[in-house]
Design a binder for this molecule. Structure first.
Ligand SMILES: [Zn+2]
Length: 289
């Protein structure tokens, strides 16, 4: 069994695995608690099997990943192999991405090669603020090069984050690493790399729209905010120049896909654009067909 693209109603390009099969969480507990409060989220740590069941019921596929920020957080990650194995149990709905802390250097590149060759991993997720690196500082360039060579996309958290929100010093997390303008450098340096800028990039929405407009290899996922709060310039871009470059993403478990979809439905989006955002753009950008 694999993805039945015809029968899916949508593809959620941004879903987090926050707990592994042994109860180990992706984030230290204080960070989980703070972000649950920030997002007013319900269940903060569903298992991969629970995620699959929820999405299967709705005929929605989901890209799943964790975030490896071992160096900055000093907290052991959830294994990429385990995420991929979970996705392999549910190939009709789950698409596995990996996450490799750029601080791992050459070991990280070797891991990516293994994950792609042996575990069916389809791309990487980066969180520059959590991983404490500037996307254009060269640290992650060997990983970008390996992804580009394989035609695999990279998803980057952009903008403000709920992680560390309200904690002393924001949990030590620096927002500037998630400025989308840093990804403009990466897009220029790696024209073959598909870059997905995650989230309405508060407070850099205009910058994100500019980068995605200028660079053919850059797309935007709309996760992490209810569409109710999308700024007007983003709504205009979705209906206009970026209509083929914007992707449905929820950021589940902090935003429930049901809530995202219900709020998206109320947004003034042209009827011919909706199916592109919900499914068609993801099929092309993630090279699923
Ligand atoms: Zn994310």
């Amino acid at each position: 069994m694999s993805l039945d693209l015809e029968n899916l109603v949508a593809i959620d390009t941004h879903v987090h695995v926050e707990i592994d099969d042994h109860g180990h969480t992706a984030l230290p507990q204080p960070f989980l608690d703070a972000s649950a409060k920030y997002f007013k989220a319900g269940e903060r740590t569903p298992t991969i099997d629970q995620i699959a069941e929820k999405y299967r019921e709705r005929r929605i596929a989901a890209v799943i990943f964790t975030v490896d920020a071992e160096k900055a957080l000093g907290h052991g990650r959830i294994s990429n192999e385990e995420v991929a194995a979970g996705a392999a149990r549910h190939p009709d709905v789950l698409i596995p991405f990996g996450s490799i802390d750029p601080a791992k250097g050459a070991d990280g590149v070797a891991e990516l090669e293994r994950l792609v060759a042996d575990h069916g991993v389809r791309g990487l997720k980066f969180h520059p603020s959590l991983q404490e690196f500037a996307p254009n500082d060269g640290t992650a360039y060997p990983l970008f090069e390996a992804l580009a060579a394989r035609g695999l996309p990279a998803i980057f958290h952009t903008g403000q984050t709920g992680i560390g929100a309200g904690m002393p010093g924001g949990g030590g997390i620096k927002l500037r690493f998630s400025d989308p303008m840093l990804l403009d450098d990466v897009a220029a340096d790696f024209p073959e790399l598909t870059i997905i800028m995650a989230h309405p990039s508060v407070p850099w929405q205009s910058e994100a729209i500019s980068v995605a407009t200028h660079k053919p290899n850059v797309a935007i996922d709309l996760s992490g905010w209810s569409p109710k709060y999308f700024p007007q310039e983003l709504v205009r871009a979705i209906n206009g120049p970026l209509r083929s470059k914007v992707l449905f993403g929820s950021d589940y478990p902090v935003i429930d896909p049901d809530r995202w979809l219900a709020d998206f439905d109320k947004l003034e989006i042209k009827p011919e654009v909706k199916p592109k955002v919900l499914k068609e753009n993801a099929i092309r950008v993630l090279r699923l067909s």
